[in-house]
Ligand binder design. Structure first.
Ligand SMILES: [Zn+2]
Length: 389
């Protein structure tokens, strides 16, 4: 795969940084990948190939390319880090993901000292990262984020969803006195396979945006979405993420040592979170959170545990009933882990009825998993036939 023809173009009120991605080994269409910002943020865009190398690497490996060639200079620390990323992906996902050669010139210059930024989606994880940042570093400190980055074209693609996300994050940025930088990009064009995105490509794509904004930001804060005991191989992981750093851009992940309940406990005393946290998976058009889906109920229980649900105007409920809890369905391991935490915390808080309701939901989920994986049927058959495992 060859990455070449780095260029900058003016498009209406926006400025676009582009490069061409050309496959060598496999017959795949020629692609133009870009990062685009409003003209007032044009000075934040890099003149380096670094974002394009990061974005192209996972698809190059996955598509069976023998090497990736960059027709320009890249920071040597980044090249060394990307070799480690490929090593982790090979270790986690097998021989189809064996490392390939990176051929690039060596960038000899480094950028001067610049401020920090935070990725902000407006959910619990990113608001926790922002809150911890503002509590932990005083104004003027090099680690304190003075800007928020919102990316369009990755997880958020529909025009109406982009508008809603932008309006919502702009409100948070204004309330938290941050400059909002909106970046549009088409990196997923290189491979839109969802499992690849979820396990490897998505994290690389988001890190590539940090490098696209290198002249603006020395350090970019990402949010962990799982605490350390729950970590599994995934696209954003502490084993791989720091390796997307260079001498110019440091990738930091915040929140690995906290559960969701613990994150809400911190946010429950921040009025910005009480008014603007958006967690709902149903994306209602007339409000931020439906109040009824699994994630809404789980998050409201966490605010209830913190004694602040009635103050959280972003949710429609002042209290949560057993019937509301029992109306939701747990559908994946991540949700199950967070619900196990809730059972423990609700019991400790003396909310035994709600703890039993969440535990009942977990038992139903575990039964469903056994049915899905066939273990329940096999166990029953084994019992009937007198076999032992
Ligand atoms: Zn909801």
């Amino acid at each position: 795969m060859i990455v070449k023809n780095l260029r900058r173009e003016q498009l209406g009120g926006n400025v676009r940084l582009s490069a061409d991605i050309v496959h060598e080994t496999v017959p795949a269409p020629f692609a133009v990948i870009y990062y685009e910002v409003e003209e007032r943020h044009a000075d934040l865009l890099t003149d380096s190939y670094a974002p394009f190398l990061i974005a192209a690497l996972v698809p190059a490996v996955f598509h069976g390319e023998a090497r990736i060639v960059v027709e320009g200079d890249v920071a040597p620390l980044l090249v060394a880090g990307l070799r480690c990323v490929m090593g982790w992906h090979h270790h986690w996902y097998g021989k189809r993901h064996a490392p390939i050669a990176i051929e690039a010139g060596t960038r000899a210059t480094a950028l001067p000292r610049r401020p920090s930024a935070v990725y902000l989606s407006g959910g619990i994880d990113s608001m926790f990262t922002l809150r911890r940042n503002q509590l932990g570093f005083p104004a003027g400190h090099a680690c304190r984020a003075d800007s928020a980055i919102l990316v369009n074209g990755f997880d958020v693609r529909r025009p109406d969803a982009i508008r809603i996300a932008r309006d919502h994050v702009q409100q948070i940025a204004d309330a938290a006195t941050l400059e909002l930088i909106t970046v549009s990009s088409n990196v997923p064009l290189l491979d839109d396979d969802y499992p690849l995105w979820a396990k490897q490509f998505g994290g690389a794509a988001f890190c590539s945006v940090a490098h696209a904004l290198a002249p603006g930001f020395q350090r970019v804060w990402f949010s962990a979405n799982s605490p350390i005991p729950d970590l599994t191989p995934w696209t954003l992981h502490p084993a791989t993420d720091p390796n997307y750093s260079s001498a110019d851009v440091e990738i930091r992940q915040e929140g690995l040592e906290f559960t969701c309940v613990e994150k809400v406990r911190l946010l429950a005393h921040w009025d910005v979170a009480l008014r603007h946290a958006r967690v709902c998976t149903r994306n209602p058009v007339d409000r931020l959170n439906c109040g009824q889906c699994e994630k809404c109920i789980r998050t409201q229980l966490a605010f209830l545990l913190a004694g602040r649900l009635s103050d959280a105007s972003v949710f429609p409920n002042d209290d949560i009933t057993v019937a509301q809890v029992r109306a939701v369905r747990i559908r994946n391991e991540g949700q199950a882990r967070d619900n196990h935490d809730l059972v423990r915390e609700l019991r400790a808080a003396g909310r035994a009825n709600l703890a039993r309701a969440v535990a009942a939901n977990l038992r139903e989920y575990e039964k469903w998993v056994a049915w899905r994986d066939g273990t329940g049927l096999r166990h029953r058959a084994a019992r009937v036939l007198g076999f032992r495992h």
